[in-house]
Design a protein around this ligand. Structure first.
Ligand SMILES: [Zn+2]
Length: 412
């Protein structure tokens, strides 16, 4: 069989599934799978529904892995694995999506019921339809198309539908990786948890994240007698300006990332005194740093302490730095990794575009795989409406992403 002809047949078959795919989106959307820590009941009902779907569509070895969670009404968080067998089981091509969704937020901002999906101008609207159901449905129908066409791919295909992605993955893929040896280093692992509007970004790396709160302590005084106090706001202002030297201290560039540099930005500022005629004794501001993976976060913290010490000496203040969040980057997946090459070929065939390996400033769930030593890649074509009111999925993206996955499945 010529591979192009086979792919064309599969793509046509997926196109015929369009309405069924939209229908599945709507059914999934009607089962809100919000984490207990975000005020929901977890993913158990949605998982039961998906297990039914997998069995009805003859996926094999459907396994439910229950991560214990006393806060969930059923006492666990469901993680599902299912397979479609290929000619050889030496390698598995995985697509992992997550079943949980974030709360809808302010309901008045929605044009409809977030859990009663609606279709408008080629889009499905509802909570979870893009994040992460677009590619969950795409992965399921890519497999369904293989079966409908009677195609046996060279490798096994694995579908992973995991819980708890939105609140840290500890009861999700992290639990699966720690308790079950299902993944292998030679597997291709695709995580559709990041992407761009053109489908040209294959995310392989991330920057380390460091959020700090700085409290500068001086001494309050009357505005007319500043010499009797120590102006914390003035000292903190010199401090925030001095912190800009971090750009000079860590100037390296990495073209994998956009922007290609580490960033150190002062962000949130707390109010100090409410009146004009008081010298403020306390000042609080925050900094958001995104650090290229080649640098150690501790080294950056050490540099910050040195800068702070200089300001303390000069202005006779005390500066306390408090870590709000610290997430050292996972080891990047190589831009040459087989999963990246496979996605590039598939994106070219379906979307006619050259996708490239890239790094991003924020974390993705693929980092959990990378930390465990598996070279996972994130890819999807999406508008990034995740977590917003009126979240939507472009139906063409869902259908064509399914074609991309089916193309990867067909590759040797
Ligand atoms: Zn999300």
């Amino acid at each position: 069989m010529n591979p192009t002809g086979t792919f064309d047949k599969l793509a046509r078959r997926i196109e015929q599934f369009r309405d069924e795919m939209v229908d599945l989106q709507m059914r999934l959307c009607a089962i809100p799978a919000i984490a207990p820590s975000s005020g929901g009941e977890g993913e158990a009902k949605k998982a039961d529904f998906l297990i039914e779907f997998l069995k009805a569509n003859e996926f094999v070895d459907v396994t439910l892995i229950k991560a214990p969670d006393l806060d969930a009404p059923d006492g666990y968080r469901p993680n599902i694995l299912a397979y479609y067998r290929g000619k050889s089981s030496a390698r598995t091509v995985w697509i992992m999506t997550h079943t949980d969704v974030v709360p809808p937020g302010e309901l008045s901002l929605w044009r409809g019921n977030p859990f009663k999906a609606w279709v408008e101008k080629g889009r499905v609207y509802g909570r979870g339809v893009e994040d992460n159901q677009q590619d969950m449905v795409a992965s399921l129908f890519a497999v369904k198309a293989l079966r409908a066409e009677g195609i046996v791919p060279s490798s096994d295909i694995g579908i992973a539908l995991v819980a708890d992605e939105e609140t840290g993955s500890r009861k999700g893929i992290d639990y699966v990786l720690q308790n079950h040896k299902v993944f292998r280093r030679e597997d291709l692992i695709i995580v559709p948890d990041a992407g761009n509007e053109t489908g040209t970004m294959i995310e392989v790396a991330e920057k380390s994240l460091l959020w700090l709160k700085f409290k500068t302590l001086g001494r309050q005084a009357h505005g007319s007698t500043p010499e009797k106090g120590i102006n914390s706001f003035k000292a903190a202002s010199f401090f925030v300006a001095a912190l800009n030297d971090l750009y000079k201290a860590y100037p390296a560039r990495d073209r994998l990332f956009d922007p290609p540099i580490s960033t150190f930005e002062p962000t949130k500022k707390e109010a100090n005194v409410p009146n004009v005629n008081t010298i403020p004794g306390e000042d609080v501001f925050y900094m958001d740093s995104r650090i290229l993976p080649k640098f150690k976060v501790q080294d950056v913290q050490r540099t910050i302490r040195t800068i702070a010490a200089g300001i303390e000496r000069k202005f006779k203040v005390k500066i306390r730095a408090e870590v709000q969040q610290k997430a050292p980057a996972a080891p990047p997946t190589s831009a040459q990794a087989p999963v990246v090459q496979a996605l590039k070929k598939a994106v070219k065939a379906v979307y006619g575009k050259d996708a490239k390996a890239m790094g991003i400033g924020g974390g993705t769930v693929a980092a959990v795989f990378r930390r465990a030593g598996f070279p996972a890649a994130c890819w999807s074509k999406l508008d990034e409406t995740a977590h917003q009111p009126n979240e939507y999925c472009i139906i063409d993206n869902m259908v064509c992403d399914a074609e991309v996955y089916s193309h990867v499945f067909l590759q040797e």
